[in-house]
Write a protein that binds this ligand. Sequence first.
Ligand code: FAS
Ligand code: PHB
Length: 389
Amino acid sequence: MRTQVAIVGSGPAGLLLGQLLHEAGVDNVIVERKSKEYVLGRIRAGVLEQGLVDLLDEAKASDRLHREGLVHHGVEIASIERRLRIDMHALTGKAVTVYGQTEVTRDLMAAREASGLKTLYDTENAVPHDYDGEKPYLTFEVDGEARRLDCDFIAGCDGYHGICRQSLPEGSSRTFERVYPFGWLGVLADVPPVSHELIYAQSPRGFALCSMRSTTRSRYYVQVPADEDIAAWSDEAFWDELRRRLPPDVAEGVTTGPSIEKSIAPLRSFVAEPMRFGRLFLAGDAAHIVPPTGAKGLNLAASDVNYLSKALVEHYHERSSSGLDHYSDRALRRVWKAERFSWWMTSLLHRFDQTDAFGERLQLAEMAYLMDSEAAQASFAENYVGLPY
Ligand code: FAS
Ligand code: PHB
C-alpha cells in the first residue's frame, strides 16, 4: 500500500490534517489503533478558538458547527466573593465557540468518509520506519496480518501515549514536564447550564468550572487530588461539592441531574522538542500537553496542523521545503505561549496544598489584579481567544 502522507492517529489532529491535505489534492491514509466508536466515546474539550473554526471551514467539516455551536463573547472568572465577566469580544474583537471535541471528531470523520479517504481502525503495533531517509514507511497489523504503508512523510498525530514520539532514537528529543498534584473530575449531564457563558471559579476548597455542550447539556468540573478514586464520587457528592465552590448566587442556580459521563483527567504540562525528525512530524498531543484550564489542548493541535498542512502542500505544489524546515520552530513558538497561559491560569485558579502562606497571598493578589485591571483582562482575553497563528 502507498500514499503521500501516512497519518498515525484519528483524533482531531490526524483527522483535520487528513482533510486539509485532501482539499489540497494530497493523498493520505490514517492508521488508528482504536475503533471509530472508541474514538468517538472520549469526552474531552469544549472550546474552539476562531483559528480552529476557520480550519474546519477549510476542511469542509463545519456546517453543523455553525448550526449548533454556541458563540461566546465573554467568560466569567469568579471567587466566592467576586464575579468578573471578561468581555473578550470588546477587548479583542474575537470570540470562542463552544462545541464538543467529540462533535468536531464526528464531523471530521463524516467529511473523511465522504471524501473516500482510507482510515484503518483497530490496527496494532504501528511503527514508523526510515523517516531519516527519503523513503519512510509504516508497519502495523490488521486482524493479526502484517501490513506496510509506504509514503513520503509520516505525521505522528497519535497523542501523548502514542508510538511515534516513543519510537524516536534515544537522545533525539528533549522533554519538558510539570505534573500537577491534582486532576479534574468531570461530569456531563443533560441539564441546562447554570450560565450562558463559562464560569471558572477559584475557592478555598479548590477549582470548579461550569461549562456546557449545548443549552440543554452541561459539562462541569471540580479539582480533585491526583490519585482520587472516582468510585468515591456519587452524583450527589459531585453536585454538593460543585455548589460549595461557586459564588452563592451561582450555586443556587445550578440544575442537577444524573451524570451521563463521569471521569477524572490528570493535569500536566509537557513539551517534546523538536517536533520534526527527518520525514516524521509530530502534531498535537503527540508533542505537547497542557492542563485543560486554558482550553488550549485541542486548539494547539489545530495550530500545529495549520503549519504542517501548509508546509506539506507547499512541498507538493511548489517543490519547496521551507515550511517543513521551519515547522518545528514555528509550532513550538505558539505552543510555549499556550503552555505559559495554561500554566498561569492553572496556578491562578487551583488550590495548591503544598504552597506556603506567601504563595497563598500571591495567588489572591494575582486574582485581585485580574479583577481590578483592564490591562490584565485584555491580556487574559487575547490568550483565551487564541494568539495569532
Ligand atoms: P488525541 O489523543 O485526541 O488522538 C490521538 C489518537 O491517536 C487517538 O485516537 C489514539 O487512539 C491514536 N493512537 C495512539 N497511539 C496509537 C498507535 N500506536 N497507533 C495508532 N493510533 C494511535 N483539551 C481541551 O482543550 N479542553 C479539555 O477540557 C480537555 N480535556 C481532556 C481530557 C482528557 C482525559 C484528555 C486525555 C485530554 C483532554 N484535552 C482537553 C486535551 C485533548 O482535547 C487533546 O488536546 C486533543 O485530543 C488533541 O488531539 P490529538 O493530538 O489528535 O490527540
Ligand atoms: C469543557 O467544556 O470541557 C471545557 C471548557 C473549558 C476548559 C476546559 C474544558 O478550559
